[in-house]
Design a protein. Sequence first.
Length: 133
Amino acid sequence: MKSTRNICWPFALLAYLFTGLALAGIALPGLPTVPFLLVAAWAASRGSKRLRCWLEAHRHLGPLLYCWEQERAIPRRAKQMTVLLLFPSWFWIAWVSSGTAVPVAMAVLFMTVAVYVVTRPNPTQPVRLSAGE
């Protein structure tokens, strides 16, 4: 029983960290919400059932999570914002990096994320998204 508790707390920590980032994404237009929400929901299902229930019931996060879990869908506006925000993020990384390895690695990662997000279907039911998503 003790080993189960040791395994759960890292997931709970991740869940709360990424929930905070997802909530910040609602308020901050430069921060995407959906990727952080998906990681938070995944970690919460393994580390904090209470947080998981809260995420599902949340006014802004709940509908996004529902779309993902029911249809593996991401709303069009969330896709657009995610891909759009990858560009300034990459330019900032390229600007502050002293070498080329990190910007090249991040370009590959960001392109992979963009392709994955864009190729997810749109939800069959319309979803109302906040400004930061």
